[in-house]
Write a protein that binds this ligand. Sequence first.
Ligand SMILES: O=C(O)CCC(=O)C(=O)O
Ligand SMILES: [Fe+2]
Length: 251
Amino acid sequence: MASSTPDPRLAFRIPSLPPSFYYIPSFISPEEEASLLSKIPPNRWTNLTHRRLQAIPSTLTKSNTLLAAPLPSYLLDPIVTRFATLGIFANTPHKAPNHVLINEYKPGEGIMAHEDGPAYAPVVATVSLGGAVMLEIGNSTSEASTVNPAPTDTHRILCEPRSLLVTLAPAYSTTMHCVPAVTHDADLQRATVANWDLVGEAWRYSAADDVDGSGGSGGIIERTTRVSLTYRDVLKVSNAASRVLGLGGRR
Ligand SMILES: O=C(O)CCC(=O)C(=O)O
Ligand SMILES: [Fe+2]
C-alpha cells in the first residue's frame, strides 16, 4: 500500500500539533473574499450572545439530520471546487460538504470550547474572511482540559483572513476548540503559535525584533470583524422535503 508519492496535504500539516490539522494560507484571493462577504444574506442571522450565525442550507433536526437541499452557488465556487482538487472530503460519506455554518465575530466575541460532535463526518474545513483570530485547541477527553484547562494542553492556531484550516480524524474527536472572546489576541510568536511557519504573513503579527525591526504589530492581533465558513458533511440526510414537493427524493 505504501506509495512513493507524498500526499500534497502533508506540506500544510501543522507539525507541532496532534494529527491532523492542516493550514493553508491564501486559500482564496482578496477579490474572492470580498465577493463572498457581499453575498452572505444580511437578513438570515441568528443572534447569539457572543457571535451571530447562519446555518446553510438549514439547522439540523433534533436527530442531527439534514433536510436535503443544495448549497447556494456562492458557497460552492470557488471553495468546494478547490476542496475537491485537494481531496479534502474524498473519504466522507457524501464525498463533499453538504452543510456550512457561517459565524460572525465582532471584536470581543468568540465561541466557547466545544467538540463538533457525532452529527458530522470527521472532516472540518474552515475558511476565514475579514479579520484574523487565534483559535485555541485542547484535549477533549482529559478532565483537566475540559474542566480546568491546563496551559500545556492548549495550542493556538493563527487563522489569517482568506486561509483554510482543515481538521481531520483523529484530532476531530480528541480535541476541543474555541475562539476566545477578546478584543486583542496577544503574544504571537513562533513559540506560541502552532502554525507560525505556515502563516502567510507572519511579519504582520510579529514583535518588531522578530522581523528585522519592520512592520510587526508587536505580537498582537487587534480584532476586527471576522466571518468564518465552516464546511462539513452531515452524516444523516433526509430527502423527505423533496419528496413532499414531488421532486423525487431517491430514498
Ligand atoms: O469560527 C471558527 O473558526 C470556529 C467555528 C466552529 O468551531 C464551529 O462552527 O463549530
Ligand atoms: Fe467547532
